[in-house]
Design a protein around this ligand. Structure first.
Ligand code: SAM
Ligand code: SF4
Length: 366
């Protein structure tokens, strides 16, 4: 299939970020509380509903598109129809970034090849670990070998912007097994990596299981090992959990962390558009029927948005340009060694990065 992307329309000035949510997975992983379901009988109706919503935004200029989930590639042909609707209805900037999330069980070479030809130029692949026993413990449906096979298919399709998701602090993981996973990661030469420490989310099977988890010190050591190994190999941390080769930072995520508006399409997707924030109903059935699709429409005040941007900016390695905001919160955090001023930039210290959640709680608790 030919790539039918259309370039920017001069009469439509606003540049947008589009997020499309595909809440389907072949099977739920034991740790995951992202909203996704496994009912394949809904693929077709969901695809139609998403395409209908895409058409409501027809004619918009876009700079970044991110199709996430769930596992967007699990719906196969539906995904291709959605990508086709995106390229038919939006105008793309020259340096656009078009990402699709996938996992190793759903990224066969035919599908990856087709979506690359349609204009997708970035793939985010959920690897998590390269140790088969760890993948099994997590409830993943793929092996380490299948991660290698998927990367081969992705590269063969001409995708030169690959991101891998990794997890650490997972049951029975050790510094040694993490080291082995990192060796595999480096051998695949990805442009970008997201590394998340396992969070035990309420409502997931992991939450109630008796798991043998690495202790806090080991988990911190794991975080340092990831930083050091990647940075020694030219992949630099630019946000708490994100690493990239120079110039390959995710454009889409970087714009979320700055003051860009975005349009969310699909069940549960959030939007921030014309100063208004709203989300689509987080239920595939209700989303498909279109009843009460948009929920919680609120105008967000300048103060709320500024606080949000301030906290998002602190997640970045270089922090934010500091103009003296929130001194009653910032100064004590500097004294405690959790924040630091470097020239005009306010950023988390290494200890503040370890305790980032505590730092952010200071700004949200009043
Ligand atoms: C939508 S998934 C990525 C794509 C695909 N569904 C997959 O899993 O391969 C987003 C990522 O969030 C991370 N994640 C999900 N639940 C998590 C949890 N409880 N703790 C830490 N990371 C988690 C995983 O690394 C996962 O790859
Ligand atoms: S981690 Fe990915 S594949 Fe696993 S349940 Fe969550 S969204 Fe689905």
């Amino acid at each position: 299939m030919n790539c039918r992307r259309r370039h920017l329309c001069l009469f439509s000035s606003l540049i947008n970020m589009i997020y499309i949510h595909i809440p389907f997975c072949l099977r739920k992983c034991l740790y995951c509380d992202f909203y996704s379901i496994t009912d394949s009988s809904l693929y077709e109706a969901y695809t139609e509903a998403v395409i209908k919503e895409i058409k409501e935004h027809k004619g918009k200029n876009v700079e970044t598109v991110y199709i996430g989930g769930g596992t967007p590639t699990s719906i196969g042909d539906g995904l291709k129809s959605i990508i086709e609707a995106v390229t038919d209805n939006f105008y793309f900037s020259e340096d656009y970034e078009f990402t699709v999330e996938t996992n190793p069980k759903t990224s066969d070479s035919l599908l990856i090849n087709e979506i690359a030809q349609m204009g997708v130029n970035r793939i985010s692949l959920g690897a998590q670990s390269f140790i088969d026993s760890e993948l099994k413990t997590l409830g993943r449906i793929h092996t380490s070998k299948e991660i290698f096979d998927s990367v081969e298919a992705i590269r063969r399709a001409g995708i030169n912007n690959l991101s891998l998701d990794l997890m650490f602090g997972i049951p029975n993981q050790t510094i040694e097994t993490l080291g082995k996973s990192l060796e595999c990661v480096l051998s695949l030469d990805p442009e970008h990596i997201s590394a998340y420490s396992l969070i035990l989310e309420e409502g997931t099977p992991f939450y109630n299981m008796d798991l043998s988890l690495p202790n806090e010190d080991t988990e911190r050591e794991m975080y340092y090992l990831i930083n050091e190994t990647l940075e020694n190999n030219g992949i630099y941390r630019y946000e708490i959990s994100n690493y990239a080769k120079k110039g390959m930072e995710s454009k889409h995520n970087t714009r979320y962390w700055k003051d860009y508006e975005y349009i969310g399409i699909g069940a549960g997707a959030h939007s921030y558009n014309n100063g208004k924030r709203y989300n689509n109903v987080c239920d595939v059935g209700k989303y498909i029927t279109g009843s009460e699709r948009k929920e919680n429409i609120t105008f967000i005040s300048h103060e709320e948005r500024n606080l949000e941007l301030f906290m998002l900016g602190l997640r970045l390695k270089n922090g934010i340009i500091y103009n003296g905001e929130y001194p009653e919160k910032v100064n004590p955090l500097i004294k405690k060694g959790l924040l630091e001023l470097c020239g005009n930039n306010l950023k988390l210290t290494p200890r503040g990065t370890d305790l980032a959640n505590l730092v952010f709680m200071e700004f949200t608790n009043d």
